[in-house]
Design a binder for this molecule. Structure first.
Ligand SMILES: *[C@@H]1O[C@H](CO)[C@@H](O)[C@H](O)[C@H]1NC(C)=O
Ligand SMILES: *[C@@H]1O[C@H](CO)[C@@H](O)[C@H](O)[C@H]1NC(C)=O
Length: 259
């Protein structure tokens, strides 16, 4: 049995590694989905991760430090510039999420979008958000300093099919009363399409990455190796047993002849 010990240790190591790596990553969602907001906006961060049925306690980190909130959602009422930073979360059966960067700007306007990196062919939505949702009119969306779209009333601007040349620096401006106000510029990037094209909504494959399967195959391979090892050692023992018996027989018959 001694020859099985290294394999057993290896198996234990693999299963220990699996237990840790097995946990899907938690994901932080913003509600509403904008990562750039204005002061006094309300923002809710939601943690999506697996947890034991009776325990939905959640850990939250802000700029790397654990915060006291243990609810699955973290509500920021009337955001301030100091709420800007990196948020992460984790539940009991998930590993720590990737960070979500929230930027709270003190100003009149904020250009908003679901994200700032798109794939070619995606639909892009741009939004010109005003402080305390005040009325904005004569709105222009600009790219690299040039007007792209004009609306009399504040309206979201859609680019139905993103192309590489839509990458650039965007901002919006318009009138609040008689005030001519502008947002900060934001860089938007349009990348070549992924192969195969990834849907915009998170899919289960994000929660159960393929190394899960790789680890499974590894485990199966190990079990096979153990099995094969056992088979050959059994065969070897059986043969030596048979060999021993034969020798004994020969010796025995010789003994008989000698008599
Ligand atoms: C944030 O929520 C409060 C309370 O519901 C509301 O009065 C306020 O208008 C909200 N702020 C914005 C900018 O929508
Ligand atoms: C706001 O000011 C810019 C120049 O800074 C001007 O080009 C633009 O026409 C003005 N917008 C409105 C709606 O008056």
């Amino acid at each position: 049995m001694w020859q099985l010990q290294p394999l057993t240790v290896l198996l234990l190591l693999v299963s220990a590694a699996l237990q840790d790596a097995d946990l899907p990553k938690a994901v932080v969602f913003l509600d509403p989905p904008w990562d750039r907001v204005l002061s006094e906006d309300n923002v809710t961060l939601r943690c999506r991760g697996t947890h034991p049925s009776e325990d939905n306690s959640t850990q939250w980190w802000f700029n790397g430090s654990l915060i006291s909130n243990q609810e699955p959602s973290y509500f920021i009422a009337s955001a301030r510039a100091e709420d800007s930073g990196e948020y992460r979360c984790q539940t009991n059966l998930s590993s720590r999420s990737d960070p979500v960067h929230l930027k709270v700007h003190r100003g009149w306007l904020q250009l908003q979008s679901h994200r700032w990196v798109y794939r070619e062919g995606d639909r892009i939505q741009l939004r010109c958000h005003t402080w305390r949702n005040q009325q904005l009119h004569k709105v222009t969306y600009l790219k690299d300093g040039k007007g792209m779209m004009f609306f009399h009333q504040n309206t979201d601007f859609y680019i139905s099919k993103a192309a590489h040349n839509h990458s650039g620096s965007y901002f919006c401006r318009g009138l609040i009363g008689k005030n001519n106000v502008s947002s900060e510029s934001v860089n938007l990037l349009v990348q070549a399409p992924a192969v195969p094209t990834t849907p915009a909504v998170p899919t289960t494959s994000q929660f159960f990455p393929p190394w899960h399967q790789i680890a499974f195959c590894l485990l199966m391979g190990l079990l096979f190796a153990v099995d094969t090892g056992l088979y050959f050692s059994m065969q070897r023992e059986f043969r030596s047993l048979m060999g021993g018996l034969k020798n004994h027989q020969i010796k025995w018959s010789r003994d008989l002849q000698d008599k």
